[in-house]
Design a protein around this ligand. Structure first.
Ligand SMILES: Nc1ncnc2c1ncn2[C@@H]1O[C@H](COP(=O)(O)OP(=O)(O)OP(=O)(O)O)[C@@H](O)[C@H]1O
Ligand SMILES: [Mg+2]
Length: 679
C-alpha cells in the first residue's frame, strides 16, 4: 500500500494528534470536542472531562457504554527486580548429578517509575536489556521471582484490572485463516459488554478498522504464522493486534515493539495512533527499537534500561539536559536523542564531546556503571517523590463507588461458547474436511475392504482381525490428531485468557465440540465402506452397533490425545509418549496374545482398544452362532480360541469402562489446562 494512501485514511483524526499536539491537548481539555470527528478517542476525551452521562445525540454517543468502561489508571512501579534461574551446566552432564545451589541471573534491577493517564511512555534500551521483561511485569503477566511493587491507581493487580489492560505482544498471535474483519468482530463479540447489541459491536469494529487504516484489507485473510500462505502485511497485522486491544477501550495499553520491522511512515502512523490513544485518557507504555527523532518527539516519557538497570526515567524532552548534567554531551548539535541514549546504554561514548569530567579511556562497563549510579543519585529520589505525590491523586481516583460490573465477565458462558465454536469452525474449516484427510481415510478403507473382500464366515480369524484393525486404526488416528490441539493453540489461549476474555470451560467445550463433526464423519465413512466390503455380518443392527462402538472408541482416543497434549504442551514429547502408549494398547488389546502372564495382564484393562475390540466381536457373533470348523463339522463361534479368551460375558462392564475413560480423560485434559503451563 503506498504510504500516501494509508495516510489519507487516518488523516482527519491523527493529523491532529501528530502534528498539532497543542490542539489535541485543547481537545483533551474539552474545549473543542464538538468539532472533532466522532471516534473512539472522542468518546474517551469527553468521558474524561465531562463525568456527566451524555444524551446520545452523536453517532459515537451510541457507544456510551465504552465511555463508562474507561477509568484513567496511574501505573506506578517501584524497585522492580526480576531474576531467572539458570540451569547449572554441570548438572546436565553425566547420569549422576550432584545437587548444586541454584544459580540465578538478574534481568531487572530496581526499576522505578510512574506512567500517568494521557501519557505515552517509551522504553528504550539495547537488545537483551530487559524491556520485554519489564513490560510483561508491568502488565501483570510475568510469573517467577518478581520483587518490588507495581500498582494500578494504588491497588495491586486484580481480575477486574486484567480486563482493563490491553497487551500487544511483539509477535502477533492471530488466527491465520480469519479475515481482518472476522478477527476483530470475534474479539468484539467476546470482549465488549453484553449491554451492547451485536450490531453495535460490529459497528464498533468498523470504527476501529477506519481508525487504524485497515479498510483496504478488511476482507483479506490474516495469513502468516503457521499457515503456509501469505496474508496481510506485517504492519497491517500489527495494527490488527492493536485493534483487538483498542476494542475494549483499555485504560492501560502495553505494546512490545509495535514498530519493529516496519517502514518509517507506518511506524510513524502507529505511534501517532498510540499518542492519540494516550491523549484520550489512557496510559500507554511501549517498548521501541531505534526510534527516529521524529518518533522520539512524540513520547512524553522514556525509561532507558541498560543490562536491566535504569539509566534514565523521566520526561522525554529533558533527557539531553540530564545527560549534560551528568557529563555526557553529544559531539553534534542535531543528534537523535534515542541514538545517543542507546549508545550510552551500550557503554559507547564515541560521539560524546570531550568533557572534563569524563575519562575517555573508560571501558564500556564503567560508563554503564557511572550512568546507573548517576540515575540512582539524581533521578531515583525524584521518582520516589513523584510516586509519593501521586499516591494522594490515586486515592481520589479509586475512591469512587466500584462498579458491580467490574468483576463480572463481559459475556455469558453460553455466548462465549457460541462465539468460540463459530470462530473455531471458521478457522479450521479448511483442515476439517481437507482433501488430504478424506483421501487418507478413503484409501485405507477401500484397501482394507479389498484385502478382506467378502471374507468367508468360516474364516473367523480373518474377520476377527478386521475388527481388531478397526479398533486400532481408529485408536491411533484421532489420538494423533488430538495431540496437536492444545500445544498449537497455546499462544492464543495464553493471550486471550490473560486478558480475561472467556472462561476456560467455555473454550474447552467449544473446542472439543467443534472437532466432533470431523472426528465422527470420517470413521462413519470408513466403517460403512469396509464393513460391507469386508463381508461382516449382513445385519443392519449389527452394523449400527459396530459403528456406535467405533465412534465411542474414537471419542475416548481423542480424549487421551487431548489429555496428553494438555499435560505435556509439547507436540514432540506428546507424540513420542503416545506412540509408546498405543503400542502397549495394541499388544495388550487381546488379539496378539491370548494368555498374558498374570503380573502384566492388568495392562489390557487400561487399554481402550481392548474394550472396543471385545465389544465389536461381541456384537458380531451372537451366543449360539456356529461356523464350519471342518468338513461337515459345526462349532460354536464363541468357542473359537481367539474369541473364547476374550471373556464376552460382561459386555455392559466394557461399556462402563469405556464411558469412564471417555469422561475421565477429558476431565484430566481440562484440569491439565487449568493448572498447566499456559504461563
Ligand atoms: N525466561 C527466560 N529465560 C532465559 N532468559 C531470559 C528469560 N527471560 C528473560 N531472559 C533474559 O533476560 C534478558 C532480557 O530479556 P528481554 O526479552 O526482556 O530483553 P529485551 O530488552 O526485550 O530484548 P529485545 O530488544 O531483543 O527484545 C535477556 O538476556 C534474556 O535472555
Ligand atoms: Mg523484547
Amino acid at each position: 500500500m503506498p504510504p500516501e494512501q494509508e495516510t489519507t485514511t487516518l488523516a482527519p483524526n491523527n493529523s491532529a494528534t501528530t502534528n498539532r499536539p497543542e490542539s489535541v491537548r485543547d481537545q483533551a481539555q474539552g474545549s473543542n470536542t464538538s468539532k472533532v470527528k466522532p471516534s473512539l478517542d472522542n468518546n474517551v476525551i469527553s468521558e474524561q472531562n465531562q463525568h456527566q452521562p451524555q444524551q446520545p445525540t452523536t453517532p459515537s454517543a451510541r457507544f456510551s457504554i465504552l465511555r463508562q468502561s474507561l477509568r484513567p489508571v496511574t501505573l506506578k512501579f517501584e524497585d522492580v527486580s526480576y531474576s531467572i534461574s539458570i540451569q547449572s551446566q554441570k548438572n546436565n552432564k553425566g547420569c549422576i548429578s550432584r545437587r548444586e545451589p541454584e544459580l540465578t541471573r538478574k534481568v531487572l534491577t530496581g526499576v522505578t517509575g510512574v506512567a500517568c493517564p494521557g501519557e505515552l511512555t517509551a522504553m528504550l534500551g539495547p537488545s537483551g536489556s530487559g524491556k520485554t521483561t519489564l513490560l510483561t511485569a508491568l502488565a501483570g503477566r510475568l510469573a517467577g521471582k518478581l520483587s518490588g511493587t507495581i500498582t494500578y491507581n494504588g491497588n495491586p493487580n486484580s481480575s477486574s484490572m486484567k480486563r482493563k489492560i490491553g497487551f500487544v505482544s511483539q509477535d502477533d498471535v492471530l488466527y491465520p485463516h480469519l479475515t481482518v474483519l472476522e478477527t476483530l468482530t470475534y474479539a468484539a463479540l467476546l470482549r465488549l459488554p453484553k449491554t451492547l447489541t451485536r450490531e453495535e459491536k460490529v459497528q464498533h469494529v468498523e470504527m476501529i478498522i477506519t481508525e487504524l487504516g485497515l479498510t483496504r484489507c478488511r476482507d483479506s485473510r490474516v495469513g502468516g504464522g503457521m499457515a503456509l500462505f501469505r496474508g496481510i502485511s506485517g504492519g497491517e497485522r500489527k495494527r490488527v493486534s492493536i485493534g483487538q486491544e483498542m476494542l475494549v477501550n483499555p485504560s492501560l495499553l502495553f505494546l512490545d515493539e509495535p514498530t519493529s520491522g516496519l517502514d518509517s511512515t507506518t511506524a510513524q502512523r502507529i505511534v501517532s495512533v498510540l499518542r492519540g490513544l494516550a491523549r484520550g485518557g489512557r496510559t500507554v507504555v511501549t517498548t521501541i527499537h531505534q526510534p527516529s527523532s521524529r518518533l522520539y518527539r512524540m513520547f512524553d516519557k522514556v525509561v532507558v534500561l541498560c543490562d536491566g538497570c535504569p539509566i534514565y526515567s523521566g520526561r522525554a524532552g529533558r533527557v539531553m539536559d540530564y545527560l549534560e548534567s551528568v557529563g555526557y554531551v553529544p559531539a553534534f548539535n542535531f543528534v537523535n536523542p534515542a541514538d545517543f541514549l542507546l549508545d550510552l546504554a551500550n557503554g559507547i561514548v564515541a560521539d560524546v564531546k570531550h568533557y572534563d569530567q569524563i575519562d575517555h579511556h573508560e571501558d564500556q562497563a564503567s560508563i554503564k556503571q557511572s550512568l546507573i549510579s548517576s540515575h540512582k543519585k539524581n533521578l531515583y529520589p525524584v521518582l520516589k517523590e513523584e510516586i509519593q505525590r501521586n499516591n494522594s491523586d490515586s486515592v481520589a481516583l479509586t475512591s469512587g463507588t466500584p462498579r458491580s460490573s467490574d468483576n463480572q465477565w463481559t459475556t455469558s458462558w453460553w455466548e462465549q461458547f457460541k462465539v468460540l465454536l463459530k470462530r473455531g469452525l471458521q478457522e479450521r474449516r479448511h483442515e476439517s474436511f481437507s482433501a488430504l484427510k478424506i483421501f487418507q481415510v478413503l484409501s485405507v478403507s477401500i484397501l482394507s475392504g479389498l484385502l478382506w473382500w467378502h471374507s468367508d464366515p468360516s474364516h473367523i480369524q480373518d474377520q476377527v482381525g478386521l475388527l481388531f484393525f478397526f479398533s486400532i486404526f481408529w485408536g491411533f488416528f484421532p489420538l494423533f490428531n488430538a495431540i496437536f490441539v492444545f500445544p498449537m493453540e497455546r499462544p492464543m489461549l495464553k493471550k486471550e485468557r490473560s486478558s480475561g476474555m472467556y472462561h476456560l470451560s467455555s473454550y474447552y467445550v467449544a473446542r472439543t465440540v467443534g472437532d466432533l463433526p470431523m472426528e465422527l464423519v470420517l470413521p462413519t465413512i470408513f466403517v460403512t465402506i469396509t464393513y460391507w466390503m469386508g463381508g461382516l455380518k449382513p445385519s443392519l443392527v449389527t452394523f449400527v452397533l459396530t459403528l456406535l462402538i467405533m465412534l465411542f472408541n474414537v471419542l475416548v482416543s481423542q480424549g487421551v490425545g487431548l489429555a496428553l497434549g494438555a499435560i505435556l504442551m509439547d507436540v514432540k514429547q506428546a507424540t513420542t509418549l503416545s506412540s509408546v502408549i498405543m503400542l502397549v494398547f495394541l499388544l495388550a488389546g487381546g488379539y496378539y496374545i491370548h494368555h498374558m502372564p498374570s503380573f502384566i495382564a492388568w495392562l489390557k484393562y487400561i487399554s481402550f482398544s481392548h474394550y472396543c475390540y471385545k465389544l465389536m466381536v461381541g456384537v458380531q457373533y451372537s451366543v449360539n452362532e456356529a461356523y464350519e470348523c471342518g468338513p461337515g463339522l459345526h462349532c460354536r463361534i464363541r468357542d473359537f480360541p481367539a474369541i473364547k479368551c476374550l471373556d464376552l460375558d460382561n459386555m455392559w462392564g466394557d461399556v462402563a469402562a469405556l464411558t469412564a475413560m471417555l469422561v475421565g480423560y477429558r476431565v484430566v485434559a481440562y484440569l491439565a489446562l487449568r493448572m498447566g503451563k499456559l504461563h
